[in-house]
Design a protein. Structure first.
Length: 212
């Protein structure tokens, strides 16, 4: 199994990556501003599930294909970017109806959709793909065997740190939204900001290139 030293080193490196806001964090913040605390936390769960799918892909050898193939990486990156832009435009167009959503509560279907959207962003996060494909395998002790199990354990450590950090970001953003919710105009404005945040994030991901 993974030694305590490797586990600690990986946790530190994961923390340094996670604490710097990336696509997943910005998406959670955008969701918190546009839809509130529940949507933010549901998005965090979706992001976490998506990230763990990437971990399993790396453990099974699929991640290396994505990391090495410029075409596969680019297609996945652009698909995720396009989806973010779509969600951002949708949030912008629906910003005027946020007051009703805030007072009426979301339906179960809305929660499932939010979970799926968080999952889609998490599984298509270029920052996470590269980290898992290029960094995670370096902390595996192949002499100890059970390589797949070691990767899955390391992935759990990453996800535990990520879900804690992302949840805090979402709760802080949602708390600010509660103040804006006292005024329909302010709530409409913050909903628009959340939408623009997602559009900007999608565009930034789309133009992020690779040297190879």
């Amino acid at each position: 199994m993974v030694s305590a030293e490797r586990l600690l080193a990986f946790a530190v490196m994961s923390f340094l990556l996670i604490v710097i806001p990336g696509p997943s964090v910005l998406f959670v913040i955008g969701r918190a501003l546009a839809q509130g605390r529940r949507a933010a936390l549901t998005t965090v769960v979706g992001n976490t599930l998506g990230a763990y799918v990437l971990i399993m892909a790396v453990a099974l050898g699929v991640g290396s294909v994505v990391e090495r193939s410029v075409l596969v990486f680019t297609v996945l990156k652009l698909a995720g970017a396009a989806y973010l832009v779509y969600l951002g435009v949708k949030a912008w167009r629906q910003r005027g109806s946020l007051q009703a959503a805030f007072t009426g509560g979301g339906a179960a279907r809305s929660s499932r959709r939010t979970l799926w959207e968080g999952f889609a962003v998490g599984v298509a996060n270029p920052k996470t793909i590269v980290f898992f494909a290029a960094v995670l395998p370096q902390f595996v002790d192949r002499e100890q065997g059970h390589v797949v199990v070691q990767m899955l354990v390391l992935g759990l450590v990453f996800n535990m740190i990520a879900v804690t950090s992302d949840s805090l970001w979402g709760l802080v953003a949602a708390t600010g939204r509660d103040w804006f919710a006292r005024s329909p105009r302010r709530l409409s404005m913050v909903g628009g900001v959340g939408g623009l945040t997602m559009v900007g994030l999608g565009l930034s991901i789309a133009v992020t290139g690779r040297k190879d």
